[in-house]
Ligand binder design. Structure first.
Ligand code: PGA
Length: 318
């Protein structure tokens, strides 16, 4: 009987592909369909891996397929191996002087007003880079960073508990907006005068909301929150309809895509505002950067070639 290591080394890429598909789809039938093979073929491939490991990969609980502990360990290995191949691809591209490969970026929702515009010229310059952009609120982007799902993230408030490099690259002033017909529209006011006003906030988990709340707490202001809304666009429409005041990124109201709404809201010059925040591009310090990611950081900084050193979360520069 060959040793365990020998048996593991005999597992073929086809068998691993079948395992990966079953693990993801939690169904042998669906995996077989996706891989264009018969269901017995997938079952045999799973059995062969299981016999190499000496452990079953899945168990059936009711009508559902659940991964066993051995299955989860194999899944971790498959993820690591696929990360290794991707890094090899990126390094080879570097050796060949090409920036190519996949570039996965997660951006917070406020960044959606400029990230797609930034991606255009970059994609044009680097046709070999396959870009995937996910737009989510801050909490979701933090989760993605924790899982190491993306090459880069663009956000205002990077989390403290993930080992990150942080390179600020663009100002993000946060302003107070009101409907154009609001009595305070265009008038200079102090925040305390807005205590009786109705405030519309982004959903919990939003970085904009977090920044607004921390400023309000710092100056001892207690807003009357009338409503929480799940997107900047919903906030703008509700403000335009006169439902209340809101704190948003200035870029969200300079949106040329929707002049009807932009024309219906006004920035109120409240003392202490705009809140001066910045967008940063961030990445996990414990994961190597691909050539495409490095190229994109350098492009954001407007400096062709290598990116400048990022700041570590403790404020040191790397
Ligand atoms: P968000 O974005 O309000 O869409 O979460 C702001 C940020 O976290 O930068």
């Amino acid at each position: 009987m060959p040793t365990l290591l020998r048996r593991l080394q005999r597992i073929t890429p086809q068998q691993l592909r079948a395992f990966e598909a079953v693990a993801r789809l939690r169904s042998v039938t669906a995996a077989a369909r996706e891989l264009h093979v018969s269901q017995p073929t997938v079952s045999v491939q799973l059995r062969e891996i299981a016999s190499a490991l000496g452990e079953p990969l899945f168990e059936t609980v009711g009508r559902r397929l659940r991964m066993t502990q051995a299955g989860e360990l194999l899944q971790d290995t498959v993820d690591e191996v696929s990360g290794c191949w991707q890094r090899l691809e990126a390094r080879l591209a570097e050796v060949q002087g090409l920036v190519r490969g996949r570039l996965r970026i997660a951006a917070v929702t406020t960044a959606e007003y400029f990230v797609p515009d930034l991606l255009g010229p970059f994609a044009h310059e680097h046709p070999g880079v396959d870009i995937e952009l996910a737009v989510e609120n801050r909490d979701r982007v933090v989760e993605r960073l924790q899982r190491g799902q993306d090459d880069l993230a663009v956000m205002m408030l990077p989390p403290q508990d993930v080992p990150l490099e942080v390179v600020p690259f663009l100002d993000n002033p946060l302003v107070v907006i009101a409907g154009i017909n609001h009595p305070l529209a265009g008038r200079r006011v102090v925040l305390s005068r807005l205590e009786a006003a109705r405030w519309l906030m982004r959903e919990p988990g939003s970085g904009t909301r977090m920044a607004a709340e921390s400023h309000f707490a710092q100056v001892g202001f207690v807003p009357q929150i009338a409503m929480s809304l799940g997107s900047n666009e919903a906030i703008k429409h509700a403000v335009a309809a006169g439902l209340g005041l809101a704190v948003v990124s200035r870029l969200a109201v300079a949106d040329r895509l929707d002049p009807a709404v932009s024309g219906a809201v006004a920035i109120i010059p409240v003392r202490g505002f705009p809140l001066r925040r910045r967008w940063s591009v961030v990445w996990r310090r414990d994961q190597p950067l691909s050539a495409a990611a490095r190229g994109f950081i350098a492009y954001l900084q407007g400096t062709p070639g290598q990116p400048q050193k990022g700041q570590k979360r403790d404020g040191r520069t790397s």
